[in-house]
Design a protein around this ligand. Structure first.
Ligand SMILES: [Zn+2]
Ligand SMILES: [Zn+2]
Length: 253
């Protein structure tokens, strides 16, 4: 389908660095792709280096654009790491699912952007990022912070400092650096716990405001009855303590 490979080499031949294949067991009929980020069996995103990761992010961006152009209402890109996080393939990969309607979580977020804009004006995520204070983990053109009301202990969000709705137009170079450092910090701070990561970007038909972001959820604890019965997350790790631990676990560069 699509791949990163040396110029002049043939499709589906060896030599690829990252490649896209259709999911054999699609979650939904239609668009469900597996984006394999390395031919090596045990190379995670943060092991690719900034340039390698930027190439993979560029591939993510291209596939999101292709699915939206082919008629998806929205796309969800996910990375499941570890069997407890739902990974069914051993080989490190991302999955991109284009859906015929906007997914419930993205719809909730879009409504929250609208509610905030109507009530206070401006972008709720820009405000959340700027008011992170001691919950800030990384500065720079792509920031990382622990949300005020996390659903998972050690949950971390990444978003561009300059307001931008659409990941298709992102500058992937600073995203790669920030994501690599955040992944290393999370791996260290959680002792390699299973992890879910997802990318929320603007749907095909964006009517109001949005700000693209990556959410990272280490799975240190299971989901218990109260979470399922009340849809209220109980997180015993204080967000400020979580942010401090992540800051201390950031790599030098
Ligand atoms: Zn914003
Ligand atoms: Zn989101």
């Amino acid at each position: 389908m699509d791949a990163l490979r040396p110029p002049g080499s043939a499709a589906d031949s060896p030599g690829w660095r990252a490649r896209v294949v259709p999911n054999r067991f699609p979650a939904l009929p239609g668009m469900h792709e597996v984006i394999i980020h390395s031919p090596e069996h045990d190379v995670e995103l943060e092991d690719l280096g900034d340039a390698g990761l930027a190439e993979v992010l560029d591939l993510w961006r291209r596939r999101i654009a292709a699915q939206l152009a082919a008629g998806a209402a929205a796309t969800t890109l996910i990375v499941n790491r570890g069997r407890e996080a739902g990974a069914s393939l051993e080989h490190p990969h991302a999955q991109l699912v284009g859906t015929p309607a906007i997914t419930p979580l993205l719809l909730d977020e879009l409504l929250e952007f609208d509610r905030f804009a109507n009530r206070h004006g401006g972008c709720v995520l820009c405000v959340e990022m700027e008011s992170a204070g001691v919950r800030a983990v990384q500065d720079g053109p792509v920031r990382a912070w622990v949300p005020a009301a996390p659903r998972f202990p050690g949950e971390l969000w990444l978003a561009p400092e300059d307001h931008a709705a659409d990941f298709r137009e992102a500058d992937v170079t600073p995203v790669a650096r920030a994501l690599r450092r955040a992944l290393v910090a999370t791996r260290v701070a959680t002792a390699g716990a299973p992890l879910n990561l997802w990318l929320h970007t603007a749907p095909a038909d964006l009517r109001g405001g949005f700000h693209w972001h990556i959410e990272m959820a280490p799975r240190l604890t299971g989901i218990a009855g109260f979470e399922l019965g009340a849809e209220i997350a109980l997180v015993s790790l204080d967000p400020e303590d979580a942010a401090r631990a992540l800051r201390e676990a950031l790599p030098e560069d």
